[in-house]
Design a protein around this ligand. Sequence first.
Ligand SMILES: [Zn+2]
Length: 386
Amino acid sequence: MAGGPSTELQSYQNRHLPEQAGIARFIEKWAGIPLNFVEAIGSWIIVRPMNAALRQLDGLSYKLEGTLLKRILQHSLFPVIMIAGFFIGLTATEAGASTESITTLALIPVVIGLIVAPLERLLPYSRNWLEGGNDSSVDLMMFISGAFWNGFAKYLIQVLFLVGMIEMLESYGHGLWPGHLPIVVQVFLFILIKDFFRYWLHRALHEVPFLWRFHAAHHSVKRLYWLNGIRSHPVEVVGQAILFAFPYALLQPSAEIAMIAILMQLTIGIFQHANIDLKLGFWEYIFSIGDNHRYHHYPDKKVGDSNYGGEFILFDILFGTFHKVKGERPHDRIGIGTAPNYPMTMAGLYIAPFLPDQKVFGPEGEPETEDGIPVEAELGELRSQG
Ligand SMILES: [Zn+2]
């Protein structure tokens, strides 16, 4: 056979992966026409002008390289924004949880985005991750889609007659919750208990092949930036909402605590994916942010099947799935190593888990390349096909 292993691999990919992506592309093109149209409009009226505006910061970003100001920002941004988020939540809910405070809280992710997006441009972890073509437009759509499916999950809980069970749990819950503790302790205790459920769900999403099909939609991203934490398949969104209904019902903290907790979860979630070159130090041994999550998005599942925590990293440390290499800076070639042509439009992301052969699974125990593509398996298949 002519050419080294990498040429063979490339020709294998060129011959086969576009073929499997072809079915998805067909569905994306025809069934997805209205969605693709909205995405194109979003790209032209929101994403492109925003990128053009943010590009103005590039000059300043290069000037910041190696300065003391950059070092100060790298160390202080995370704790400062976390503390600010907590006090904003506290103030917004001071007069009790109301429609107004809920609106204020709903606006906060938008405000955080307006702060974090310029910070990514000023202090990028990877300059390759600054712009992603159409992906922000798709992520905005997935944000709206996620809100819709969360609402649908609540309806489903009623239809499935889970309401009775949840109401029953509630009566126990009122006695369980330690409402006398300081607010900050209550907020993080609530997130920690919820995170126990997220840890096991997320671990199952990776380690059970049927579930990985759905979670792969989230891992199809080619870059990490503040908005892509919300890119999840509707099946995952609905499944998680139903699962979380039980701890929420059982715990029953006050509405104020729940709202501040949601705000803190949003803040941590943004730092989980943000393309900001922060010096997080010991925070990475407490929260599931920074390098922890960059490893989680590695194309090689042997590395990526780690750091499952939603907000905290405690359960990964406890249950042996914590991955961190001291002194190593994670690389930026993320995605699904075996499926580089994974569909990238919203219609494609919805449909992908149902395709017969999606190449999101790497065979067990095979040596893999740096990009996570199992060499022997693919070459073997190539050879057998002559
Ligand atoms: Zn994951």
